[in-house]
Ligand binder design. Structure first.
Ligand code: DLZ
Length: 170
């Protein structure tokens, strides 16, 4: 595996049994040229692993800050095995990026633990636009692909641990 491309280059045969699982994808509309590329990578990856089109629920939110609420609304509406949250926060002149990124990371962590459903942090937190381009189909791969791989692995982990072992003996 190339260390530069991270999980964007992975062993596809290591992910088995995703057919029938249901996923949500929440996409932020800020920096749309980036987030929509992350989305394409995530959706294509789910499909490549046998997730049916009708088992992928997609919703858009205004900005990355709205991702936790978008994911919560989706989880309240549909039974999902994981939610992939995609956004791109590019550093500006102020600390807005820090507040957004910390709030979203904490929000998705909390939502995942409370809902018992993996909520994947597919947010680029870059210093400039070029760093974002490099991670949305550029020289460092597509982090949307990586977010989908993480969602698939976590959904499969949850499924495997949800099966109650049969009772042996009395
Ligand atoms: C306000 C804002 C700024 C300045 N920058 C970004 C950004 O780089 N990426 C992003 O996804 N969203 C940004 N936003 C919008 C916030 O995420 C949010 O939508 C607004 O603060 C309203 O809650």
């Amino acid at each position: 595996m190339s260390s530069e491309k991270g999980l964007s280059v992975y062993d596809e045969s290591s992910i088995k049994g995703a057919e029938g699982l249901k996923f949500g994808i929440v996409v932020a509309d800020w920096n749309p040229q980036i987030t929509h590329t992350l989305f394409e990578g995530a959706k294509t990856t789910l499909s490549r692993h046998g997730v049916a089109e009708e088992d992928i629920v997609i919703t858009q939110v205004p900005g990355t800050f709205e991702l936790p609420m978008g994911a919560k609304l989706l989880l309240g509406n549909k039974k999902l095995d994981a939610v992939i949250c995609l956004g791109c926060v590019i550093k500006g002149d102020t600390d807005h990026d820090v507040y957004i990124n910390q709030a979203v990371a904490a929000g998705l962590t909390q939502l995942g633990l409370l809902s018992n459903t993996p909520c994947i942090f597919g947010v680029l937190t870059t210093n400039n636009e070029q760093q974002a381009i490099d991670r949305a189909g550029g020289k460092y791969g597509n982090k949307g692909v990586e977010a989908a791989v993480t969602a698939l692995r976590m959904a499969l982990l949850k499924k495997s641990l949800s099966v109650k072992p049969g009772k042996i003996g009395y």
